[in-house]
Every structure is written in C-alpha cells, then in structure tokens.
Design a protein around this ligand. Structure first.
Ligand SMILES: NC(=O)c1ccc[n+]([C@@H]2O[C@H](COP(=O)([O-])OP(=O)(O)OC[C@H]3O[C@@H](n4cnc5c(N)ncnc54)[C@H](O)[C@@H]3O)[C@@H](O)[C@H]2O)c1
Length: 305
C-alpha cells in the first residue's frame, strides 16, 4: 500500500476520527487490541500498541502518511488499573513513536490531556504553562508526551501532542468519566427516571468528540507546520445550571435536580494556537451535543421512551 492513515484505538475518539477520515483520499487502518466495531470503510488490525515488532510490521505494510495515536486507558479504566495505564499510556506511546521514527512516518499525532496542567487548569492555561499533573493518569499523559518526543528526535517524524479537554459524545458512555456521567444522566431521563445533575457550579469544559476529531484531522493532514503541543478545547464553560437547563429541555417529562459541586474552573483551555495554526474552531455546543447523544441512545433502542 502506498499511503494510508493509521489510527490506534477504536474507542470514543478513535472511532470519531476514523468516521471523519474514512471515505477520503487515503485508506484508513485502525489498530486496537480488542475486538471493536469500527466505522465502515476502515481496515481493522488487531494488535497491542506495546508490541513494537507488530506495530512496525503494520506501519511497513500500510505506509501511512500520518499516524493518529488514541489507544490508551482513560477514566475509570485508568484509575482501576494504574500499572496497566502506565504501561499502555506511556510504554504504548513510546512504542508507536519509535515505530513511526523507524519506518519514516511523516507525522505522528498523539492525544494528550488537559490533565497534564493539573493545578494550573483553573486559570485556562496556554501551552507554555508549566505542566503540574495531579493525578496518576495526568502523569502518564505527560510522560507519554516526553517519551514520544524522545523517540522521534533526530528522525523525519513530526510529532504533535494534542492536549484535549474532557470529551463527551463517544458511543455507549465509553472513554472518560465525563462521557460516562452524561451518558448515565441521559439514559436515566430517557427511561423516565428523574435526573440528579451533579456538576461544578462554576463551570466545566465539555468538548464534543466530533470537535476533537476535527482538530485531530486538521493536525494529521492539513497543517503545513503543526505545533508540537497544542490545546484543543470547547472554548467555553458550562455551569451545572446550564447543564441542567439543557437536560430539562431535552427531557421535559422528567425532573432534573441541579447538584452544584466544587471542582470547576474559571476559564476554558486557551485554544488560540489551535485556532491560528490549525484553523480549529469548536462547533458543537452542549445542547446540540447532548441531543446527538440522546438520539443515538434512542436509535439503538437501549432506552424505551
Ligand atoms: N475521553 C476523554 O475525556 C479524554 C480527554 C482527554 C484526552 N483523552 C485521550 O484520548 C485518547 C482516546 O480516548 P477515548 O476516550 O477514545 O478512550 P476509549 O477508552 O474510548 O478508547 C481507547 C481505545 O484504546 C484501546 N486500547 C487500550 N489498550 C490498548 C492496547 N494496549 N493496544 C491497542 N489498543 C488499546 C481500547 O481497546 C479502546 O478501543 C486517550 O489517549 C485519552 O488519554 C481522552
């Protein structure tokens, strides 16, 4: 094969990225170690991203112009299995980056997280804010950025680390805790149960997975000179009151109780760089994003009302 795009991980974000790329000029190959249904048109390969020989073989076979690395452990999965999270998030990223460098892949996009900012998050940091992760997960994502940079240095592979805000809109509540929480609220409401809407009073950033996938696509295929580290956020915050109001509008038959919690931020991630260099613009507001989730839930007949 003389050109393709390889996506590792076919979870919430990976499948949204594949859905955007499939049917384009280049074949899309998806690597996952689990049996995952992938969007139509993509070629599925079962492989553990920590297996350097296997990843290298696949990259030699498909000769990608870009690799998008989304495979990893996030949310409850990362919390419950810290050693595995470290092994996959750090070791898997090092392996993928080394295989890209060895096989001359021109561009590698890795999916990092706002969790690398940790204590600095409240102020809406730009990329030059010093990382200060607070969680084990955040430390694995920062370590992944560092090991990837080391693996590709002195090679022809250009690395882009995208620091993504919390994602929602991924299928079946998989991925991070934000998607799981919103999915649970929608399921409850759609089944006719009242909703306890617990979220920070000051506000939280909700990044729809399709906006994130657009940013990833722009970094993988469009940007002439992509930044090494770039924030990708929603560009706005939604408070618990706004979230509750959207849920009431979507599910008028049930009672939605707003439960303000601590832990919000004062400003969203600074996305000036993504906007300037990638032409990225978040398009999906919370009401539209939750409506899509609800429609998908109802269409899959997982809820009865
Ligand atoms: N979900 C979020 O809120 C969020 C926020 C910021 C950054 N990110 C980052 O985005 C990326 C994708 O997140 P997601 O929400 O799609 O996660 P997800 O859990 O929905 O999907 C992860 C996928 O990786 C696969 N995988 C796990 N271990 C693997 C291995 N050893 N080899 C091959 N495949 C493996 C899983 O089978 C799964 O399909 C992750 O790197 C995550 O850290 C996610």
């Amino acid at each position: 094969m003389t050109g393709s795009i390889v996506v590792t991980g076919c979870g919430g974000l990976g499948s949204a990225v594949i859905a955007r790329l499939a049917g384009g000029a280049l074949p899309v190959v998806v690597i996952d170690n689990a049996e995952r249904e992938h969007p139509a048109g993509a070629i599925g390969e079962r492989c553990d991203v920590r297996d350097r020989a296997a990843v290298t073989t696949l990259l030699r076979r498909y000769r990608p112009v870009a690799v998008v690395h989304t495979a990893g452990l996030v949310g409850d999965a990362a919390k419950a299995q810290p050693a595995l999270a470290e092994s996959v998030n750090v070791g898997g990223t090092a392996t993928v980056a080394a295989a890209c460098a060895d096989t001359g892949v021109p561009r590698l996009v890795i999916t990092s997280s706002l969790a690398v900012y940790g204590t600095r998050l409240a102020a809406g940091p730009a990329e030059d804010a010093p990382p200060a992760p607070r969680s084990h997960y955040g430390r694995t994502k920062l370590a992944a950025e560092l090991v990837a940079a080391t693996a590709v240095q002195d090679s022809s592979t250009a690395l882009v680390a995208m620091r993504l805000a919390g994602l929602y809109g991924g299928r079946d509540g998989q991925g991070g805790w934000m998607n799981a929480g919103l999915d649970a609220m929608l399921r409850a409401g759609a089944a006719g149960h009242d909703i306890d809407c617990a979220a920070p009073a000051t506000g939280r950033e909700h990044l729809h997975v399709d906006d994130a996938a657009d940013a990833v696509r722009l970094a993988a295929l469009r940007a002439a000179d992509p930044p090494v580290v770039v924030n990708v956020g929603a560009g706005r915050l939604d408070s618990v009151w706004e979230l509750a109001a959207v849920l009431r509008e979507l599910l008028p038959a049930v009672t939605v109780r707003a439960r303000p919690e601590p832990g919000g931020v004062d400003r969203p991630l600074d996305i000036t760089l993504a906007s300037r260099v990638l032409g990225y613009r978040p398009l999906i507001g919370l009401a539209a994003g939750l409506r899509r989730m609800l429609e998908r839930l109802r269409a899959s007949s997982q809820v009865t009302r």
